[in-house]
Design a protein. Structure first.
Length: 202
């Protein structure tokens, strides 16, 4: 009986932490760009799995050799391949290469043309290549709170209803959708990356 009560209390605590992260997210949307940059910098060349294991984490998650990372790396490869090949990132929802909002990615600059928007900056590369997608998948693999309470909320947002399409395809399509968030033109991957970073900071 005590074990059931403890498990229930743990689940309630997880759900409360996720809900609190969303409340804080709403409050911080006006400062989303600066806060997002902080998270991107914090997770550059840092593996979420190895951070959890408290071992050397100064490497990209995609390059991690720990056995705990293998299954999640397969999911990462599947997601990257499908979202790229099927062109699931909506136009202007982020950089074509790193998926980070064009306002942040150094590969882009504001266009001086009559249509506005962004254009490629000569000689520049993405400073946050791989950070968002790798960190998002790695964090979910590393933290129980993200596997449970956050995953449940994510399924509601994905709104998976199609019987002839697997959940992964619905998820990938959702991640590539464009939105305006905190005044920032981005994709849902950006917002979900931000959300898991906020949850882990709780």
């Amino acid at each position: 009986m005590l074990q059931l009560e403890a498990a229930y209390l743990h689940q309630q605590q997880q759900q409360a932490a996720v809900k609190e992260a969303y409340v804080q997210q709403q409050k911080l949307e006006g400062h989303a760009i600066e806060k997002l940059k902080q998270h991107l910098i914090a997770w550059q060349n840092k593996c979420p799995i190895c951070v959890m294991l408290q071992v050397d984490a100064h490497h990209r998650f995609s390059n991690c050799t720990d056995a705990d990372a293998a299954a999640a790396q397969q999911q990462l490869q599947l997601m990257q391949t499908n979202m790229t090949d099927k062109k699931l990132f909506v136009k202007y929802s982020g950089c074509f290469w790193c998926y980070v909002p064009q306002k942040i990615c150094e590969r882009w600059e504001i266009s001086e043309g009559p249509k506005g928007g962004y254009c490629l900056k000569s000689g520049m590369t993405c400073q946050f290549s791989g950070v968002m997608m790798e960190t998002w998948i790695g964090m979910i693999a590393a933290h129980d709170i993200l596997k449970d309470a956050y995953a449940d909320e994510l399924k509601k947002r994905v709104n998976h209803q199609s019987s002839d399409r697997g959940f992964n395809e619905s998820l990938w399509k959702y991640m590539g959708q464009k939105l305006i968030w905190g005044g920032l033109e981005c994709n849902n991957l950006t917002k979900e990356f931000y959300t898991v970073c906020e949850i882990i900071e709780q």
